[in-house]
Each structure stands twice: as structure tokens, then as C-alpha cells.
Design a protein around this ligand. Structure first.
Ligand code: GLG
Length: 838
């Protein structure tokens, strides 16, 4: 990979001492020292991974001045954003840190002079897969922007020992492999065992009167677990701010196990250790579907309690009153996973710090804000009362109390409206009783937001309608964004260079500057360079596909790409219906003058999601037939790239011509892959869903391939009674496609294999693929036509990039900072340097 930018473009902040200097000689000797003193290896016996580790430590050392000074600065009474998220999908750290430090080229030189290849070392890095998809990746983009904008922030989450599984494809089926990302060590984290906190579980609550005769409650748990923080510095782009991502690992409290429970019972004590450590063993691999497992609730409570206790400790260490908690911290709940924080903060304030209920409630409501990420009913978290009360008995009491006070207000406003009351209640009493986490989050927060305009509007009209009517002032929209540092500078160095040559480098932190490219869209030689870059980048992906999968694809063909989690609402199978339509047309008319295409797919399916796994099997089966059919050779190829993750995304997004954003309208809350593709010059084929709506608004309808039903039309058709079978019957081309799958053509004659998928489409089709089929096919035809006019396609591609300014996560974070958190940037000065520092 080329250096994205010359280091000389970056203002150099000199803070380094002899040890962490930036001269090539110092860097080289640091690398050699780290290999010897940290990895404990001579060059002759060192593995590539040893060299990677030595390099990573060399870079980490150069972050520390900024990181420690950032932490110091925040001790001085500044408001800190705490982003609570069960997932942080931060991706590989090495290159990102090199870019943000502005030392990429220097390091490359130092590495090469040491006889190594930087690219090879970069490829050694195991990415921390601590998230499923969009939600976790959004949290990571937000951390990058928070630091770059110099906003004091801490990300709080879980240090899963095993992150999202690695995906292999065997015989067309997804196979899940444990993700042992920590097995060779993680050079980016620093453990802080001395800052551990204790988290309680189970037992009962005890009501008593204190020494002054006040009524109080204390929690007598039957289990205590230790939370140990591991910190990763998150450096901003060319600023001194390096915020912290603090992830918690669960450990056993030996004294507790040994003395209180297992005197003399060694094996029992070890059991307890195992049970405690299981808490943070594994990330639940479900996206958009809840898994109502007890361990999952334990994980959520564990990290949230650790985080809140950590904040209280920080606050008390500065001698500021706990009653100002909400002025010191703005806590964002990334979906409902951390919503238990509302009850936990109440417990900490009322039971442990003896603040009276009303004051505590004021603090709590003014501390929390809640982001909703989905409209899918199957993703709304709720916990059976029995389970909840067994694990968190005191929290259940607190939730009942919050609920009673809240419902009293509801009754005042809507006397005799029992429907309202039961819908707003924190407890679902329609059958088995549940705690509703979204309701808890809404009641306990001062702000509630959706993640794209359409999504926020739909929230107000559907899932959170009653809350919107009750607290309209709490609702706001903050459209998602992605960081241009990772998703352009790091992953698309060629385009980064070209753009910077033309308009300077300010766009990297002020993405609206890309507008300056608009006039260049009419410059033929610029278009030529633009095309050339896309071609080379596609060549890189083609080489990867050949190496990994032994499939030869033509970089001159149209790269049509859909990468994201596999889910029926995202409709990868609609894409497959087009692939087969395309194939059938070629088969029927071998001389058809068609625009050659490479159809590329990637994404993981939740291990228990049968239909999603069958969709993968279908894609791979279609690929096997199509790629080996001499009749269509050179005109189409189908590829499923296994193990889609951040690292692969960095290769894939820049290589796309066409971005598939084809969810059923009203289902995708926002999407962020759509932004990464468009930022890298792909054109979008998409429905009016999530942030597609706003992307189209920005880039112009003429530069976007729109198809399909609108949300209203989807609702209308459902209400009138949708009959997918009629679409099948009345559309010969669609019928031929479905019949071909059913006939066993793609499954070695097995007519049963895809039957569940086909029956679902013909008789249910919840996501309305058949209703959108014709419109999709027609629009794909327009895409093919448009691609033939390469000059105009390039124009459209340039205009897409030029108009993507809105979708920087910097813009999103500025909106959160102003509308919701009320925080200001706090630039970090490097006052205190390490011994020997300047
Ligand atoms: C969700 C949604 C996406 C959204 C993302 C980040 O499904 O549409 O872009 O959060 O807000 N579970 C997700 O990935």
C-alpha cells in the first residue's frame, strides 16, 4: 500500500524524547529494542508476528505522551462524554495510528531499512472483532471523531475474550470458527488491574433504618465478580487528544470465593473462578435479534455497573459533589443493551451514596441519552421478570418504583386510557411478564434519537409513538456518519492522494470540502485519473479474490457489491434473483451485448439463523454453476468473499462500482456501509430506506439508482393483503428464475435444498422481494446502460464523492455534542512529559 499522504503534509507536534523520537535512526533502534526486550527474540529467530508486535509497541510508545496528557486534562472539571456500548468494532489499529500520528512514511522507511516489509507486518494484525456490524462499527467511528474533535470522551464496553466468529465456507455452508484474537497478545491495550471494581449479582435486598433513622435499602448479593479495565488509547487525527476505550474483563474475587463460600473446597473455588470469567468470554453473534440468555443480561449489567462505578470514582477523586454528576458526564446508551444503567445509577446514588430519590432521579434523567438503532420488533430487548429478579433483585424493585411514579404521571395526562398505560409501562404484562428495556431507556433519559431522518420519523410513528406523544421534547434525529480517516485515508490511499493534490488536505477533517471536486467532474483528464485509480483498486481486489478463492474476475467488469450482515430484511436473496435473471438472459441469447459484471457478496449470518445460512448456501451454489459455465464466461462472475470484517471492508469498499443498498423500505434504520461505498466513488442502487434517502438527497436523484416500494407503499400493500404468489404467476422472467432454483439446477438436482427459501418467498415474503423484483431488474438494466457511458459514469462517481460531506462521523458527533451532550472541545496541551521528555 502506498503512503496515503506524505508525512510532511502534517504539522508535526514535537513532544518526543530520545526514546520516542521520530528520526529514522531512533525508530529503527526502537524496533530492534522492542524485538529484543519485549518479544525476547533475536532477529534470526523472530517470527513475522514478533516483528509486528515490536512495531506495534514502537508506535504505541509514541501515543503515550498524548494519551496520558489527555487523561490529566480531563481531571480538571471538564464534562466528559461516556459512550456505553456492548460492541466496539474498532478494526486494526496499526495503520490508523500511523496516519493519525502522521508518521506512516517514516515508519515505512524505518521498517524497510530494517529489511522488513511494512505491508507484511500490517497484515499480521488480528483485528479485535468486538462487534457484529453497523452498531459496533458506528461506536468505533464515533470514538475516532470524538478524539479528532478534541471532545473529552471515554468509550465503555466489554473485553470479550472471543469476538465475532471467523467465517469459513465449507461446501457452500457457513462454518463458525472461534475468534481467538488475544492468543498472541494485544499490544494496543494497557491493563489497569489496580482500578478494578466489584459487581454484585443475585441474592436479595434488605430494607433497614440507618443510624439517623432514615429508611434505606441494601443489596445482599450471592455472588461478586471483579471487573478489570483494559484501556486502548484512541488518538484523534493530528491532535493531541487521545481518548480512552476502556473495556472490562470479568475475573473472580478469590477472597470472596475462598472465605465466604468454599473454605477448604479448592475445586469449588476454581469453579467459581471459571463461572466469573465466563461472563466476558464471548460476544453474542446476533445482530438485530435478541438472545434472551441470562449470560447476556449478566454481561450488560456487568459492564454498565463497572462504567458507572468508574465514573463516580473519577468524580469523587476531584472533590466535586456527586450531585453534579450530570454536569460532569453525558452518558450515551448505544441501543438498549446498556439501558440497565438507568436503574444502576439510581441504585448507586440512592442506596450507596444516600442521595434522596427525587434528586437522584433528576441526576439520572439528565445524565442519560438513548440512541435507538432498529425498528425490527424482534430486536426490542425484554427480560422475563423471573430471570431479571433473580439476577438483579434490587434493580427490579427500583424499576417498579420508577414505573409507578411514571405511570402516575401518565394517568394524570390520559385518565382512563388503559391501552396507553399498558403500552408505556416498563413492564409488559400481556402474557408472561417482562421488563422492557426500551421503555426504561426512554423514561430514564433526557434525549432519544434515531439514526437517520426516516428512521426517527418512523420511530415517532410506530415503536416509540406513545413515548413521542408523552415526551415530544426528548426526540431528535442524528443521522449516522463514518470516519473519513479510516474509510478513505487509510483504505483508499490512491484516491486520498489525488483528492489532496487537487483540493488540499482540509477535507480529511472537514469533509464538506469535497464539494470542491464538483467542478473537476467536468475535467476530462481528472476523470481519466479517477477512473485509473478505481481500475487499480479493483485490480487489487481481483488479485485478492484470485489468491484466496482461486476465482478469476475481470477488473474491467462492473463490480457490483453487497457486503453486510446476512439478513432477510437486507435482501441478499433479491440480489441473487437478479444474478440469475442476468444469467438466464445470457443463456437465452448468447450474443447478448451485456455489460460484464462481477457480483460480489460478503457477510456473516448469525449461527442460529437458518434462513440467512441458506442464503449464503444459495449464493455459493449459484456462483459454482455460473463461474463454470463456458456460455457466460467473461461476462459474469459471482463471488462470495468469506469472513467479511473491518479489514476486508477496507479492501472492498474502495473497489466497488455499484453499492447494493436494497433493504425493504422501513427496515434498515440507517446503514453505514452505504456511506463508505459512496465516499469511495461507488454509485448506489437502493431503496428509499434509512440513510439512502439522505444520500440520494445529497448526491442528487440523477446520480442515484432508486427502485422499489416506499415505506408507505409497503405498509399499504401489507394492509391490503400481499399475495407474493400472484407476482410469481404474472411475471414470466421471475417465474423462470424461481423455477430454476426449485428445479435443483443449482443444487446438483436436490429439489429440497432451497425449498424453505422458495416457499417463504412464494407464500409469505415478509420482506416483499417479489413485489420489488421488477423495479429492481429494470433499475439494474439502467445501471448496465449507464456504465457503458464511462465518461458520464465517472462524472456521477466524482459527484457522489464531492457531495458526501454530510456523512462524516465528525458531523454526527458535532450534532450530538450540541443537541444532546452539551459538551465543548477541550484541546489538550502537552504539559507533563515523561522523564527525559522535552
Ligand atoms: C443497526 C442498524 C443499522 C445502523 C446501525 C448503526 O441495523 O441500520 O446503521 O445500527 O446505527 N444493528 C445495526 O447494525
Amino acid at each position: 500500500m502506498n503512503a496515503p499522504l506524505e508525512d510532511s503534509l502534517t504539522p508535526q507536534i514535537r513532544v518526543e524524547d530520545d526514546r520516542t523520537g521520530l528520526s529514522i535512526t531512533t525508530l529503527r533502534s526502537a524496533l530492534a529494542d522492542n524485538l529484543f526486550y519485549i518479544q525476547g527474540k533475536f532477529p534470526g529467530t523472530a517470527t513475522k508476528n514478533d516483528y509486528y508486535m515490536a512495531l506495534a509497541y514502537t508506535v504505541r510508545d509514541r501515543l503515550l505522551q498524548r494519551w496520558l496528557n489527555t487523561t490529566q486534562t480531563y481531571r480538571k472539571n471538564v464534562k466528559v462524554v461516556c459512550y456505553l456500548s456492548a460492541e466496539f468494532l474498532i478494526g486494526p489499529q496499526l495503520v490508523n495510528n500511523l496516519i493519525n500520528l502522521g508518521i506512516y512514511a517514516k515508519i515505512r522507511q524505518a521498517v524497510e531499512e530494517s529489511g522488513l516489509s511494512l505491508q507484511e507486518l500490517i497484515e499480521q494484525e488480528e483485528e479485535p472483532g468486538l462487534g457484529n456490524g453497523g452498531l459496533g462499527r458506528l461506536a468505533a467511528c464515533y470514538l475516532d471523531s470524538l478524539s479528532t474533535l478534541e471532545i473529552p470522551a471515554i468509550g465503555y464496553g466489554i473485553r470479550y475474550e472471543f469476538g465475532i466468529f471467523d467465517q469459513e465456507i465449507r461446501d457452500g455452508w457457513q462454518v463458525e470458527i472461534t475468534d481467538k484474537w488475544l492468543q498472541y497478545g494485544n499490544p494496543w491495550e494497557i491493563a489497569r488491574p489496580e482500578e478494578y471494581v466489584e459487581v454484585k449479582f443475585g441474592g436479595r435486598s434488605e430494607h433497614y433504618y440507618d443510624e439517623k433513622g432514615n429508611y434505606r435499602v441494601r443489596w445482599i448479593p450471592d455472588r461478586v465478580v471483579k471487573g478489570v479495565p483494559y484501556d486502548t488509547p484512541i488518538l484523534g487525527y493530528q491532535v493531541n487528544t487521545a481518548n480512552t476505550l476502556r473495556l472490562w474483563k470479568a475475573e473472580a474475587i478469590e477472597s470472596f470465593d475462598f472465605q465466604a463460600f468454599n473454605i477448604g473446597d479448592y475445586y469449588g473455588a476454581v469453579d467459581a473462578k471459571i463461572v466469573s470469567e465466563n461472563l466476558t468470554k464471548i460476544l453474542y453473534p446476533n445482530d438485530e435479534v435478541i438472545q434472551g440468555k441470562e449470560l447476556r443480561l449478566q454481561q450488560q449489567y456487568f459492564f454498565v455497573s463497572c462504567a458507572l462505578q468508574d465514573m463516580i470514582r473519577l468524580l469523587l477523586s476531584t472533590e466535586v459533589s456527586l450531585e453534579t454528576f450530570h454536569q460532569q458526564f453525558a452518558v450515551q446508551l448505544n441501543d438498549t443493551h446498556p439501558a440497565i444503567g438507568v436503574a444502576e445509577l439510581m441504585r448507586l446514588l440512592v442506596d450507596e451514596h444516600r442521595i434522596d430519590w427525587d434528586k437522584a432521579w433528576h441526576i439520572t434523567q439528565n445524565t442519560f441519552a438513548f440512541t435507538n438503532h432498529t425498528l425490527l420488533p424482534e430486536a426490542l430487548e425484554k427480560w422475563p421478570i423471573e430471570l431479571f429478579g433473580r439476577l438483579l433483585p434490587r434493580h427490579l424493585e427500583i424499576i417498579y418504583e420508577i414505573n409507578q411514579r411514571f405511570l402516575d404521571r401518565v394517568r394524570m395526562k390520559y385518565p382512563r386510557d388503559l391501552g396507553k398505560l399498558s403500552r408505556l409501562s416498563l413492564i409488559d404484562e400481556s402474557g408472561e411478564r417482562y421488563v422492557r428495556m426500551a421503555n426504561l431507556a426512554c423514561v430514564g433519559s433526557h434525549a432519544i434519537n434515531g439514526v437517520a431522518e426516516l428512521h426517527t420519523e418512523l420511530l415517532k410513528k410506530t415503536v416509540l409513538k406513545d413515548f413521542y406523544e408523552f415526551f415530544p421534547e426528548k426526540f431528535a434525529n442524528v443521522t449516522n456518519g463514518v470516519t473519513p480517516r479510516r474509510w478513505m485515508v487509510l483504505s483508499n490511499p490512491r484516491l486520498t492522494r489525488l483528492i489532496t493534490e487537487k483540493i488540499g488536505d482540509r477535507w480529511i477533517t472537514h469533509l464538506d470540502d469535497l464539494r470542491k471536486l464538483e467542478t473537476l467532474a467536468d475535467d476530462a483528464s481528472f476523470r481519466q485519473q479517477w477512473r485509473q485509480i478505481k481500475q487499480e483498486t479493483k485490480g487489487d481486489l481481483a488479485a485478492y479474490i484470485r489468491k484466496k478463492l482461486d476465482i478469476i474476475v475481470d477488473p474491467k467488469s462492473l463490480f457490483d457489491i453487497q457486503v453486510k450482515r446476512i439478513h432477510e430484511y437486507k435482501r441478499q436473496h433479491l440480489n441473487v434473483l437478479h444474478v440469475i435473471t442476468f444469467y438466464n438472459r445470457l443463456k437465452h441469447d448468447r450474443d447478448l451485448d451485456i455489460t460484464p459484471r462481477t457480483f460480489i457478496f460478503g457477510g456473516k449470518a448469525a449461527p442460529g439463523y437458518f434462513m440467512a445460512k441458506l442464503i449464503i448456501k444459495l449464493i455459493v451454489s449459484v456462483a459454482n454453476i455460473v463461474n463454470n459455465d463456458p456460455d457466460v464466461r467473461d461476462r459474469m462472475k459471482v463471488v462470495f468473499i468469506p469472513d467479511f470484517n473491518v479489514t476486508l471492508g477496507q479492501r472492498i469498499y474502495p473497489a466497488a462500482d455499484l453499492s447494493e443498498q436494497i433493504s425493504t423500505a422501513g427496515k434498515e434504520a440507517s446503514g453505514t456501509g452505504n456511506m463508505k461505498f459512496a465516499l469511495n466513488g461507488a454509485l448506489t442502487i437502493g431503496t428509499l430506506d434509512g440513510a439512502n434517502v439522505e444520500i440520494r438527497e445529497e448526491v442528487g436523484a440523477e446520480n442515484f439508482f432508486l427502485f422499489g416500494l416506499t415505506t408507505e407503499e409497503v405498509y399499504g400493500l401489507k394492509a391490503r393483503g400481499y399475495r407474493p404468489f400472484d407476482y410469481y404467476n404474472q411475471n414470466a422472467e421471475l417465474k423462470a428464475v424461481i423455477d430454476l432454483i426449485s428445479s435443483g439446477f443449482f443444487s446438483h438436482g436436490d429439489v429440497d435444498l432451497f425449498k424453505p427459501l422458495i416457499d417463504n418467498l412464494l407464500y409469505r415474503d415478509d420482506y416483499m422481494l417479489l413485489a420489488d423484483y421488477q423495479s429492481y431488474i429494470d433499475t439494474q438494466e439502467k445501471v448496465s446502460q449507464a456504465y457503458r457511458d464511462r465518461e458520464n459514469w465517472t462524472r456521477m462517481s466524482i459527484l457522489n464523492v464531492a457531495r458526501m460531506g454530510k456523512f462524516s462521523s465528525d458531523r454526527s458527533i458535532r450534532e450530538y455534542a450540541q443537541k444532546i451532550w452539551k459538551v465543548e472541545p477541550v484541546p489538550v496541551e502537552l504539559l507533563q512529559l515523561c522523564p527525559g521528555g522535552q
